[in-house]
Design a protein around this ligand. Structure first.
Ligand code: ADP
Ligand code: MN
Ligand code: MN
Ligand code: MN
Length: 333
């Protein structure tokens, strides 16, 4: 029997890359081989030398097609087999390898918004829903929209074997969240990109789009973030290491914030459970700080911390790399 392999990759669209995919038929038992695509159609090459290479990096069962079908996540290479400029995974893999002995774990909370004909799902046409308050973790047809899509996505992620750890309805009507983790430095990005692809793909069947725009509705409506929780083995055993990590992130605030997703200044206004993008702060239980130390972590005197700054449209490879680099280097020195 032939096997359907859906080759997925991250394109070169700016400022926020898009996911692309196409199908390859494999013979039974065949390892997914290197493949190619037309980079001039994905903002990854000029027309006169348009070939780019798809190099498989992560394979999982395909919950959409089922059976023996698979999803194949790829990194993009140039034809000389060196990483393409849009390939952010390779540098992350190098950093992960360098600090592997510190056993970094990540848990990322992906917020997103469903859109129907360009409107957030459930919103009255030409108007606004009631103010925020009842929608977060809500129940009932007047408060929650899109649960059927969310449940189908959750099942698909589990069937694909992704490290999905939960879902919830969010503060703005039509907004939701799923969490990936705890997972390794590169693994969290691999699972996140596949989970994003599954979200778009499943919502497609409901004639709904999902967006990771960090501020889909201007005004008094919450933006969408991707809170990034992390811990080294030392942090999981020692509170001082958790504080040290929060301190070192502050030293790199300016350099990091510009790489936490395009439009971060539109979302991190200091309102709607955010800290202003111009300042760094951390605190216990503080959802108005850049970095939160969960109350349980203060009680247990060990655990992890939450970087609340990354936007929903961040690249999980880049964010995991930046945090691993500075936190692990600081702990090693
Ligand atoms: P919040 O209370 O901020 O909404 P969530 O429950 O949505 O938090 O997400 C927390 C994430 O942190 C989950 O993905 C979880 O797996 C992850 N996590 C839990 N413990 C750790 C840890 N020690 N290191 C890294 N991530 C962790
Ligand atoms: Mn959450
Ligand atoms: Mn959230
Ligand atoms: Mn959070």
């Amino acid at each position: 029997m032939s096997i359907k392999a859906e080759y997925i990759w991250i394109d070169g669209t700016k400022p926020t890359p898009l996911l692309r995919s196409k199908t390859k038929i494999l013979a039974e038992g065949q390892e997914p081989p290197v493949w190619g695509f037309d980079g001039s159609s994905t903002n990854q090459a000029e027309g006169h030398s348009s070939d780019c290479v798809l190099n498989p990096v992560f394979v999982c069962p395909d919950p959409i097609r089922g059976g023996d079908s698979i999803l194949v996540l790829n990194e993009v290479l140039d034809i000389d087999m060196k990483p393409h400029v849009s390939n952010t995974r390779r540098a992350t893999a190098e950093v992960a390898e360098k600090y592997a002995d510190q056993d970094m774990w990540f848990g990322m909370e992906q917020e997103y918004t469903f859109l129907e004909d360009g409107h957030p799902l459930g919103w009255p046409r030409g108007g606004f829903p009631g103010p925020q308050g009842p929608y977060y973790c809500g129940v009932g047809a007047d408060e929650v929209y899109g649960r059927d899509i969310v449940e189908a996505h959750l099942d698909a992620c589990i069937e694909a074997g992704l490290k999905i750890s939960g879902i919830n309805a969010e503060v703005m009507m039509g907004q939701w969240e799923f969490q990936i983790g705890p997972a390794g430095v590169v693994e969290v990005g691999d699972h996140m990109w596949i989970a994003r692809w599954l979200l778009y793909r499943i919502a497609e069947d409901f004639n709904v789009a999902a967006t990771i725009d960090p501020k889909p509705m201007p005004g008094d409506w919450n933006g969408a973030g991707c809170h990034t929780n992390f811990s080294t083995e030392l942090m999981r055993n020692d509170y001082d290491a958790c504080i040290a990590a929060a301190e070192v992130l502050g030293k790199h605030h300016t350099e990091h914030i510009s790489q936490y997703g395009p439009g971060v200044e539109r979302r991190l206004t200091g309102m709607h459970e955010t800290a202003p993008w111009t300042e760094y702060s951390y605190g216990v239980s503080n959802r108005g700080a850049s970095v939160r130390i969960p109350w349980q972590v203060e009680v247990d005197k060990k655990g992890y911390i939450e970087d609340r700054r990354p936007n929903a449209n961040m690249d999980p490879y880049i964010v995991a790399k930046l945090i691993t680099e500075v936190v692990c280097e600081d702990a090693a020195s």
